[in-house]
Design a protein around this ligand. Structure first.
Ligand code: SF4
Ligand code: SF4
Length: 205
């Protein structure tokens, strides 16, 4: 009988010990907030979703190279000498089209390394941190502003220009060779190189 009451007392005492912390917090102001109705002010240098201002992007790949998880995908096309892409707000001349600039934000670890390396300060951290998605493919953000038709046109013109330049180079090289008299040192050297065995002869002791 004595043991019976002892057990009852022990149980009640254990409940009081367990609730001690809870009781203490009844008299301390709450530290939780009613998110999402109430939001805390973010620290000044908080790292959240990235934004790229494509008007200032020169396609230099610095951000891509700095990214430790390879979640930035950039594609560039060289502008033609007749193209004027303008200058960035930081005064850098734009020489490349940027038909593709994607960031897979699902892979991003918010290290922020891509931000300070940008020479035109066009990739920045925003204060947006609510961007969850049901489909992870929706977390690949496309920042490029060119339309598919514009991209196709730019690529076709660039390919045609490259071809034209290669043809001009080949023609100039053929012309130079034709103008070279036979038996010149250059021709001899070429002939020597062609007859040189691919492996050197064994060295004598
Ligand atoms: S914040 Fe870090 S992980 Fe995210 S894109 Fe920039 S460099 Fe890559
Ligand atoms: S570092 Fe800046 S300018 Fe260079 S590719 Fe990245 S976003 Fe564009």
């Amino acid at each position: 009988m004595k043991q019976y009451f002892k057990d009852i007392f022990k149980s009640i005492w254990t409940i009081f010990v367990g609730m001690k912390v809870t009781f203490r917090h009844l008299f301390i102001p709450a530290v939780t907030i009613q998110y999402p109705d109430v939001k805390l002010k973010l620290p000044e240098r908080a790292r959240n979703r990235l934004y790229v201002n494509m008007d200032d992007c020169i396609g230099c790949f610095q951000c891509d190279l700095a990214c430790p998880v390879d979640c930035i995908y950039i594609e560039t096309v060289k502008a033609l000498p007749t193209d004027d892409l303008g200058i960035t707000s930081t005064g850098h001349k734009k020489r490349l089209w940027v038909p593709k600039f994607d960031i897979d934000i699902a892979k991003c670890c918010y290290c922020g390394l891509c931000v300070p390396v940008c020479p035109t300060e066009c990739i920045v951290m925003t204060d947006v941190y609510e961007f969850s998605e049901f489909n992870r493919h929706h977390l690949i953000y496309n920042y490029a502003t060119l339309t598919p038709a514009e991209i196709a046109d730019i690529k076709a013109k660039a390919a045609a220009y490259e071809k034209e330049q290669a043809a001009k180079k080949a023609a100039a090289s053929a012309q130079a060779k034709a103008a070279q008299p036979a038996g010149t040192p250059a021709a001899e050297t070429t002939a020597k190189t062609e007859t040189t065995p691919s492996t050197p002869p064994p060295r004598s002791a």
